[in-house]
Structure formats: structure tokens, C-alpha cells
Design a protein around this ligand. Structure first.
Ligand code: FAD
Length: 363
């Protein structure tokens, strides 16, 4: 019997396992597929909410905490796993024109550097390949990124190195609960016992909890992405415009994302999305038209109404916890979210106020 079972081995489950083990807990992590094989693999790895000024304090507080710790987490993961998650402070350039006031207020409140670039010649030194019609931008030099497929591999390697027990291809079919108290979880063939269970099942979290009790309001939101095999140095910063973004990786590849689709649990890629993402990317950086698209994929974000995750105890089942619903921001919110969940379980004074992440706040 473990101290605690975590259901779901995405970035949230893995970071939570790591935090709890560091506090001395004996953790068992159960994953229905491969560790990090779902949304956490598919994401862009921008270490900021897109347009952070559109979010309230609940999301920004988590983002700020994570931003302060991710470069050191990335170093630890590299050292523990031998896999470099490619933490790069590449900065984020936002081209949308009409949000300067909101953005400036946000930057003051959260102590983030924000510069307003007012002409094409201001922008050119940062991004010479941007479409020449772009003549205004908000520049956030401190925003960083990580490379998701490497991040999840590095995390899995770190868990292994720390001897955290993880079982892949282990689908939980049911929670075991007696008189409102959690006892463990069940697969088709096995029973795993623990008096604390954390559901970190991403888009599937409500299904894992089941309909016999109160379910979190978390639903899948599909996101498609394409990858250009571009040349190194073509793009230096992450660029965001009209909800679409480009992310340059260290080896020159450029991700272009993403769609927002409410199509249930299907993960098909579509030609429409491919064309639309390609067109948006080329509008931003015309030179991308010369480079091949190497890959096109989709992932299922754990969508919540306002993008505020559940980091809390279940209101009806004692010993059941939820760390899920990070929607578009699971990577950036993940470090803070894992720390808070660990504080909650170990009885430590939480680093942030947990009130906004309670079950009741979302209903
Ligand atoms: C296209 C796209 C771009 C994104 N870009 C960014 C970005 O730039 N920055 C950012 O911060 N966020 C981004 N996100 C969001 C981010 O990827 C997610 O919020 C995050 O990955 C959620 O992590 P998770 O661990 O909750 O979910 P997941 O990674 O989906 O993990 C949940 C895990 O639970 C497992 N599971 C489900 N049911 C069961 C069961 N019954 N038994 C056992 N295991 C189960 C699944 O197999 C899965 O591995 C993006 C997402 C997408 C799709």
C-alpha cells in the first residue's frame, strides 16, 4: 500500500509525484498509456499564459510562481535524466494592437518587464523576418519556453532516477470508495490501495472520478499544431498574434499553433486546420513558405470555463484530491500546481492561497 496514488502521468501527475516524493511520501503513479503521452506531449511549452492580462489573479499567481522556479527545475531534470528539456528565455512578442493599457497594468501588478515597440525599425533588431507590415508590438523579454516532448521525457527519467513507482499502460476504471472515504483504485485486473488518491487525468479527469459523485467541470478541448523544419535563426522570439503563435526551437524548427476545438475525445488532425495554421504562420513570417511542414498533431487540453485549475480535495469523498483542469496553461501552471497539491497533502502552509482552486469556486 502506497501513501498516495496519482492517476494520470501527464506533466501535472509527474510534477506532483516528484514534489510529494521530495517530501518523503511513498507515491504510486498510474498511467493508462505512456508517461507524458497526451496533452503534455502535444503542447507548445510557452511558459506564460497567452495574453496573461486577460486572466485573473488565480491564474497569474500560479504562473508567476512557476516562472520563478522553472529554470532551476529544468536544470535538475537535465541533471537527473540526462535529457535537456530546452528551457530557453526566448521572449514573447505580442502583435495584437489594442491591449496596451491592460498589458501595462498587468506588467506593473506582476512585476514583469514589458516594452512597447512602436515602429518596424524598433521590431526589426529582434525579428528581422517578421512581415514588414508589422509596426507595433508588445515585447516581453523574460518569457521562456520548454520543449514538451523533451520535458516529459526528462520528467519520466527523473521519476525513474528517484525510484518513484510508475506503472504505464494501467488504465484506472474505478475509484474504490466506502462510506465516502477513498480506499484505492481499480483497473480491469488489479486493485491498488491507498488512503489518498490524486486525480491528475487531464481531459479525462471527470470520467475517472465517475458520475456517482460530484464531477469536476473539465472537458476536452482539441488543439492542433504544425511543425516547420525551418533554419536556425529564422525566428528568435515566440510571436503571438490573433490567438495564433510561433515558437522557435533551438534546432531551428518552428511550431505554429493552435486550434481550439470542442469535438469531444477525438484527436484527429484535419486538412482545414493544417491550411489555416500554415496560412497564419506565413502571414507572420513570409519566409516560412519556403520550409516543409514536418509534423502535424493534436492534443486534448483539460478545458475549464475560466482556465482556473482544480487543486483541491473532492467535496464528497474523503482522501480524494484533484489536480486538473489547467486548460491552455498546464505547463506554465504545472510547477505551482504540483507544489500546492503537495503542500495540501503534507499539511504544509501552502505557498499560495488555495481558495480560488477549490471545487466550490468552479461551480
Ligand atoms: C496544442 C496545445 C498547445 C498547448 N500549449 C501550451 C503552452 O504553450 N503552454 C502551456 O502551459 N500549456 C500548453 N498547453 C496545455 C497543456 O499542454 C495542458 O494543460 C497540460 O499538458 C495538461 O497536463 P495534464 O497532466 O493535466 O494532462 P495530460 O498531459 O493529458 O495527462 C493526463 C494523463 O492522464 C492519463 N489518464 C487519463 N485517464 C486515465 C485513466 N483512466 N487511468 C490512468 N491514466 C489516465 C492520460 O493518458 C494522460 O497521460 C497546450 C495544449 C495543447 C493541446
Amino acid at each position: 500500500m502506497s501513501d498516495c496514488i496519482i492517476v494520470g502521468g501527464g506533466i501535472i501527475g509527474m510534477l506532483t509525484a516528484r514534489e510529494l516524493q521530495a517530501e518523503g511520501a511513498d507515491v504510486l503513479l498510474l498511467e493508462k498509456g505512456l508517461l507524458g503521452g497526451e496533452s503534455s506531449w502535444a503542447g507548445g511549452g510557452i511558459l506564460s499564459p497567452l495574453y496573461p492580462w486577460r486572466y485573473g489573479d488565480a491564474v497569474n499567481a500560479l504562473a508567476k510562481y512557476s516562472q520563478q522556479v522553472y529554470s532551476s527545475i529544468a536544470e535538475q531534470l537535465f541533471a537527473e535524466s540526462g535529457i535537456d528539456p530546452e528551457y530557453i528565455q526566448s521572449g514573447l512578442m505580442v502583435l495584437d494592437q489594442d491591449e496596451n493599457d491592460l498589458a501595462n497594468t498587468w506588467a506593473g501588478q506582476w512585476d514583469m518587464q514589458l516594452d512597447v515597440l512602436l515602429s518596424a525599425s524598433d521590431i526589426n533588431p529582434y525579428e528581422p523576418e517578421l512581415n514588414s507590415v508589422v509596426n507595433r508590438a508588445l515585447w516581453l523579454p523574460n518569457i521562456a519556453q520548454m520543449r514538451n516532448p523533451r520535458l516529459v521525457k526528462a520528467l519520466a527519467g527523473s521519476l525513474e532516477q528517484r525510484n518513484i513507482n510508475c506503472v504505464e499502460h494501467c488504465e484506472i476504471q474505478q475509484l474504490i470508495e466506502v462510506n465516502g472515504v477513498i480506499q484505492g483504485v481499480k483497473t480491469a485486473d488489479d486493485v491498488y490501495k491507498a488512503d489518498r488518491v490524486i486525480v491528475a487525468g487531464g481531459a479525462w479527469s471527470a470520467n475517472i472520478i465517475g458520475s456517482h459523485t460530484r464531477q469536476p467541470e473539465i472537458a476536452p478541448v482539441k488543439g492542433q499544431m504544425i511543425l516547420f523544419k525551418a533554419r536556425q535563426g529564422l525566428l528568435r522570439t515566440m510571436v503571438l498574434s490573433g490567438g495564433r503563435y510561433l515558437i522557435p526551437r533551438r534546432d531551428g524548427r518552428i511550431l505554429a499553433g493552435s486550434t481550439l476545438e470542442h469535438t469531444g475525445f477525438e484527436k484527429q488532425t484535419t486538412d482545414d486546420a493544417l491550411h489555416s495554421l500554415k496560412q497564419s504562420a506565413i502571414e507572420l513570417v513570409p519566409a516560412l513558405a519556403e520550409f516543409p511542414i514536418e509534423h502535424h498533431w493534436a492534443g486534448l487540453r483539460p478545458g475549464t470555463q475560466q482556465g482556473i485549475p482544480y487543486i483541491c480535495q473532492h467535496p464528497e469523498i474523503k482522501g480524494l484530491y484533484i489536480n486538473s483542469g489547467h486548460y491552455r496553461n498546464g505547463v506554465i501552471l504545472g510547477a505551482a500546481s504540483a507544489k500546492l497539491m503537495s503542500d495540501l497533502l503534507t499539511g504544509k502552509q501552502p505557498e499560495l492561497d488555495l481558495t480560488p482552486y477549490q471545487f466550490e469556486q468552479q461551480h
